[in-house]
Structure formats: structure tokens, C-alpha cells
Design a protein around this ligand. Structure first.
Ligand SMILES: Cc1cc2nc3c(=O)[nH]c(=O)nc-3n(C[C@H](O)[C@H](O)[C@H](O)COP(=O)(O)OP(=O)(O)OC[C@H]3O[C@@H](n4cnc5c(N)ncnc54)[C@H](O)[C@@H]3O)c2cc1C
Ligand SMILES: NC(=O)C1=CN([C@@H]2O[C@H](COP(=O)(O)OP(=O)(O)OC[C@H]3O[C@@H](n4cnc5c(N)ncnc54)[C@H](OP(=O)(O)O)[C@@H]3O)[C@@H](O)[C@H]2O)C=CC1
Ligand SMILES: O=C(O)C(=O)Cc1c[nH]c2ccccc12
Length: 382
């Protein structure tokens, strides 16, 4: 049986939910296909216990529903999940869950997209035909773990940061965190707090700022040139943290907002990790060369024994695994070919939302742009 609808949105994270809400407000029929059995699965199931939004609330709301004045500036994860549930019911968003989209191809004759999804509850393949297709599967759709020689010989626990919940089960144990992005730095902090022997691997320069400095920078970016804001926040960061080079922490030559907006790489927003590095509660180690049994051998030739390794080595987009024909919107890494703000519109009624490298604030803009453009095309075709 073929399901006919105007718009199919793939993904029920904040971007898909926001796009569906905006289309509902414009009375454009749409459905969301979501592989998990819930919305906002990243926030519910792939985020550690102590995670909070690390941008101020004014940069973290979806279209047409700002956070209330009574909400804290930095919103706890559980409150953000409640906010998304309220959003779904307020805008009557009804995702179809347990639908893994396996392929999407454009039929040039019929001028419609054919989307194939597997219903993971029934095992049945379902076909959807739509005029417009929105990719909302996220920049962080699949966990990335690098190849490390000898890792298969490691007889401790190996996990990706998306599976880490808290340090409570690692008290007294030696844990290596590979990756010093926001996940790695916060997980290393959490481990130390729970009395684990916490080590973190740093292999390249990265920015460290406080959430207040980032909030100031985001606010200034609304009216000031990015390079000026970068210079200011870098100076404030240096004033606040001092020189961390003796711990192997050095700043990149390009500014934090430049790197975020051009590469997607976020500056680390410190939760207290730097203080624990300075106090020796967290050990900084160089690039990992190989693993041999319980030993990890590093670029400086030293080796250390570990009980567990947490790969906080980031994520990848998976959009090009199922979006077969697209020579315009997304590159082979499943990320936009065109720079912000021209990244969200493809050809033949194809769009993406949530790939602006600007987090929740960016996806909110995407959702409104996509819905308004679909409305305009829809009216022109009627
Ligand atoms: C640990 C972590 C913390 C973060 N903290 C912040 C923060 O504080 N502030 C901020 O602005 N941003 C933050 N981000 C960035 C984050 O990506 C965005 O906030 C937001 O979750 C992106 O929403 P999204 O809908 O684009 O993607 P996601 O939330 O990743 O949702 C994508 C959805 O698509 C579904 N999906 C994927 N492939 C398929 C398929 N083939 N078929 C069907 N469904 C599919 C997934 O199951 C998922 O539900 C954080 C990211 C991570 C990983
Ligand atoms: N709200 C919050 O508090 C949080 C938000 N986030 C957000 O989630 C997103 C994902 O963050 P995160 O999970 O930290 O992933 P990131 O992609 O930001 O960081 C990945 C880290 O892994 C390192 N890495 C990758 N491959 C290797 C390797 N082979 N050997 C050693 N190190 C390696 C990278 O180093 P290199 O640069 O050298 O490649 C980098 O330090 C980001 O946008 C982040 O801001 C994450 C956690 C908390
Ligand atoms: O933390 C993330 O993944 C985000 O994308 C949030 C975000 C958007 N713009 C930023 C600029 C600096 C630090 C974090 C972010």
C-alpha cells in the first residue's frame, strides 16, 4: 500500500518536530518518519545524566514557543525533554515511530519522492509518496569510533560517549576518555567526580570558554562582525583560564565562532574540567598509538593500564546512506554542499533542516525557512 502525503520529514528530533509544527501552522499535510520509538531520541537515550543545554535559553527554543521567563538560563536536559513534549502536543505533531527510512529517490516523471521505510515493530516495508522531502536526521546521527590498532585485544570495557550515563560504576577504576570535545571534557570531569582515575586524550588545539562568555558572544554576533566577537571572547577566555599550554591545551589559530560556523567544531564550554586538570585529578595524555591487552600506548612512547575506554570521538551524518539521488543538497558526508544561510534548499522539493552547524538556534531558522518555501511552492503548483 502506498501512503500519499504532501511532505515527508525524516527524523523526529528537534529539527523534524519544528518543521512539522511550522507546516501544521501553514495547513500543509506532512508526516514524520522516525527510526526510534520516541521523539528527541538523542536527548532521551544518547546523552549522559549530567548533560544540560550549554547555550542560554534564548538560543535554544523552537519556532513559536520561547522558553518561559521562569525557566533557568541554562536548561537541564529533563526540562528540555519536557519542553519538546509540550511542543509536540501544542502543535499537534504526530511522528510515525519505529520507521527506519532505508531509501528515498525522486521520480522525475511523477515529480514525486518515493520513500521506503521499514516498520521495525512489524518488519513490514512501507512506501511513502510525497511532493516534498525534508532531511532532518541530524548532524549527530551515528556514533563515530576511530580504528585503533589492537583495540580488539583490550579486555576492559569499550563504549562510545553516547552510551555513557554516569561515572558511578567507574569509582576506583582507570578510565581513558578519547576525545576532548564537550562530551569528552564533561565525561572526564564526571568520572573524576565519582572517584575514577580519569585520563583524557588531547591530540589537537581546541578552544575553551565559559558558558557566560559564549552567551555574550552569541548575543554580540547578532549585531557585530564574527571576527571582532571572536577576538573579544578569546581575550575573555584567556583572562579567565590563563595559559593551559603546560597541560597540552592550546588554542587554534582560527576563532571559536569561525570554527563552529565553518567546520561545526564547537568550542569546549567548561563545566569545571580545567580546574581538575590543573589539580591533577584528570590526567592529559597525547595521541593514542595502539592498545595491547589492558595497556594503551601513546605517541610519546609511554603506556598506561586502563579498565575502560570511552570514545568521545563524535558523530557522523547518515543522510547519504538512504538519500540516493542528490547531486545538489548534501555531500557524501551527508552535510550541506552550500554554506549557511543557503544550505537548506535542494532541487525537486528536497530540503534539509538541522544541518546549519548552529545547534538548536540554527535548526529553528531552518524549519521556518523550509516550511515557508514549501508553502510558496505548494501554492504555485495548485
Ligand atoms: C550530547 C549532545 C549535546 C548537545 N547539546 C546541545 C546544546 O546544548 N545546544 C544546542 O544548540 N545543540 C546541542 N547539540 C546539538 C544537537 O545536535 C542539537 O541540539 C539537536 O539535537 C539537533 O536536532 P536534530 O533534530 O537536527 O537532530 P537529532 O536530535 O539528532 O534528531 C535526528 C533524528 O533523526 C532520526 N533518524 C536518523 N536517521 C533516520 C532514518 N534513517 N530514518 C528515520 N529516522 C532517522 C534519529 O533517530 C533522531 O531522532 C548537542 C548534541 C549532542 C550530541
Ligand atoms: N550541551 C552540552 O553540554 C554538550 C554539547 N555537546 C555537543 O555535541 C556535539 C558533539 O560533541 P562531541 O561528542 O564532544 O564530539 P566532537 O565532534 O565535538 O568532538 C570529538 C572529539 O574527538 C576527537 N577525536 C576524533 N577522532 C579522534 C581520534 N582518532 N583520536 C583522538 N581523538 C579523536 C576530536 O579531536 P580532533 O579535533 O583532534 O579531531 C574531538 O576532540 C558538539 O556540537 C557539542 O558541542 C556535547 C556534549 C555536551
Ligand atoms: O553544542 C552544540 O552542538 C551546538 O551546536 C550549540 C552551539 C551552536 N552555536 C555554538 C557556538 C559555540 C558553542 C556551541 C554552539
Amino acid at each position: 500500500m502506498k501512503n500519499e502525503v504532501a511532505v515527508v520529514i525524516v527524523g523526529a528530533g528537534p529539527a523534524g518536530l519544528a518543521t512539522s509544527a511550522c507546516l501544521n501552522l501553514l495547513s500543509i499535510s506532512n508526516i514524520i518518519l522516525e527510526r526510534e520509538n520516541c521523539c528527541a531520541s538523542l536527548w532521551r537515550h544518547r546523552a549522559y545524566d549530567r548533560l544540560n543545554l550549554h547555550l542560554a535559553k534564548e538560543f535554544c527554543h523552537l519556532p513559536h514557543m520561547p522558553h518561559p521567563p521562569t525557566a533557568p538560563t541554562f536548561i537541564p536536559k529533563k526540562d528540555f525533554i519536557q519542553y519538546l513534549e509540550d511542543y509536540v502536543s501544542h502543535f499537534d505533531v504526530k511522528p510515525k515511530y519505529c520507521r527506519m527510512v532505508e531509501s528515498a529517490a525522486f521520480d522525475g516523471k511523477a515529480k514525486r519522492w518515493c520513500v521506503m521505510a521499514t516498520n521495525s515493530e512489524s518488519g513490514v516495508a512501507e512506501e511513502y509518496s510525497c511532493r516534498f522531502l525534508v532531511v532532518a536526521t541530524g548532524e549527530n546521527s551515528k556514533e563515530f569510533i576511530p580504528d585503533v590498532p589492537g583495540l580488539e585485544s583490550f579486555n576492559g570495557e569499550v563504549l562510545h560517549s553516547s552510551k555513557y550515563k554516569s561515572g558511578s560504576k567507574y569509582s576506583g577504576k582507570a578510565v581513558l576518555v578519547v576525545g576532548c570535545g564537550n562530551s569528552g571534557m564533561e565525561i572526564a570531569y564526571d568520572l573524576a567526580n565519582y572517584g575514577a582515575k580519569s585520563s583524557i586524550l588531547v591530540r589537537s588545539p581546541f578552544h575553551v570558554l565559559t558558558k557566560e562568555i559564549v552567551q555574550l558572544g552569541m548575543t554580540l554576533l547578532k549585531s557585530s562582525p564574527r571576527n571582532m566577537v571572536d577576538d573579544l571572547v578569546l581575550s575573555l577566555g584567556k583572562l579567565h583560564f590563563g595559559d593551559m599550554s603546560k597541560y597540552g591545551i592550546v588554542s587554534p589559530s582560527k576563532g571559536p565562532f569561525y570554527l563552529k560556523e565553518t567546520t561545526g567544531k564547537s568550542p569546549v564550554i567548561d563545566v569545571g574540567t580545567l580546574k581538575k586538570i590543573e589539580s591533577g585529578d584528570i590526567q592529559v595524555l597525547p595521541e593514542l598509538k595502539r592498545v595491547d591487552g589492558n595497556e594503551a600506548i601513546f605517541a610519546n612512547g609511554n603506556s598506561h593500564r586502563f579498565d575502560a575506554i570511552v570514545f568521545a570521538t563524535g558523530y557522523r551524518s547518515t543522510a547519504r546512506k538512504w538519500l540516493k539521488e542528490d547531486d545538489y543538497l548534501l555531500n557524501q558526508d551527508g552535510m550541506p554542499k552550500h554554506d549557511f544561510p543557503n544550505h537548506w534548499k535542494g532541487k525537486n522539493g528536497l530540503y534539509c533542516a538541522g544541518f546549519s552547524r548552529r545547534g538548536l538556534a540554527g535548526l529553528s531558522m531552518d524549519a521556518q525557512n523550509v516550511a515557508n518555501d514549501i508553502k510558496m511552492c505548494y501554492n504555485n503548483e495548485m
